[in-house]
Design a protein around this ligand. Structure first.
Ligand SMILES: Cc1cc2nc3c(=O)[nH]c(=O)nc-3n(C[C@H](O)[C@H](O)[C@H](O)COP(=O)(O)O)c2cc1C
Length: 220
């Protein structure tokens, strides 16, 4: 069936509107084909060609870690410890800095809540924890490229009826040698970002935002 341009746009608008952060997953495991479809979308997101140049290493890689796998058991405590360390570092930095304390209050509460849970939601709580790796280049814009990659993956997951959660502490794990070893990535060479994927445990409303007119100006 061939869709008209209007129909294709209606589908795209629906998927954009339905994209939400999913933080609770069922035990049902998406198929490997679905996961590969999501990775295909991520691979087709833009990359900073001028920054990474030509080399034998492809600019982007993915590591798919299954819930219950040996790799997941090894890396989940590393990621959790990184969150605890971040929380401790931030508490110390904010102790003598009222401005930082007030600015970072929400984030510090979130880190403290994760510490209390004893695990990081998304790493081991969903059927898949996927790490996307972007080759470091100059200027260092790897994290921007990874954001494009994640958004493509997120929209594809939404189109497949799957839930998606960004696991942003994955970026900090790029400096962790043991984490990189488990993933089979050369330490120091890659920037990282991660996400959790599975079937959503609860229905989420479409995304709610201000209208475009409320946040846009068109200066003369
Ligand atoms: C840069 C960035 C980092 C994020 N990190 C996390 C994260 O670590 N864990 C999480 O559950 N959500 C994370 N999110 C998701 C946001 O909290 C979420 O997009 C926002 O609350 C809006 O909700 P929505 O995605 O349902 O529209 C992140 C989003 C962005 C853009």
């Amino acid at each position: 069936m061939t869709l008209t341009t209007d129909q294709e746009n209606a589908v795209l608008d629906r998927i954009i509107g339905e994209r939400r952060s999913c933080r609770k997953f069922t035990e049902k495991v998406p198929t490997d084909e679905q996961v590969e479809g999501i990775l295909h979308a991520g691979l087709h997101a833009p990359f900073a060609a001028a920054a990474v140049g030509n080399s034998e290493d492809y600019f982007r890689r993915f590591v798919v870690v299954r819930k219950g796998s040996k790799a997941m058991k090894e890396l989940a405590p590393l990621v959790f410890n990184e969150v605890v360390k971040m929380g401790g570092d931030l508490e110390r930095a904010a102790a003598g800095n009222a401005g930082l304390r007030s600015q970072a209050a929400g984030f510090m509460n979130r880190l403290a809540a994760i510490k209390g849970m004893g695990m990081l939601p998304g790493v081991g709580t969903a059927p898949f924890y996927i790490v996307a790796a972007e080759k470091k280049g100059f200027p260092p814009v790897e994290l921007q490229s990874l954001a494009h990659c994640m958004e493509n993956m997120w929209l594809k997951a939404t189109a497949l009826g799957l839930g998606f959660q960004i696991v942003s502490v994955t970026a900090q794990m790029a400096d962790n040698k043991e984490f990189c070893r488990i993933l089979g990535l050369e330490h120091g060479k890659w920037a990282l970002m991660g996400c959790a994927i599975g079937y959503p445990a609860e229905a989420l409303s479409p995304s709610i935002r201000l209208s475009v007119r409320e946040v846009t100006s068109w200066p003369a």
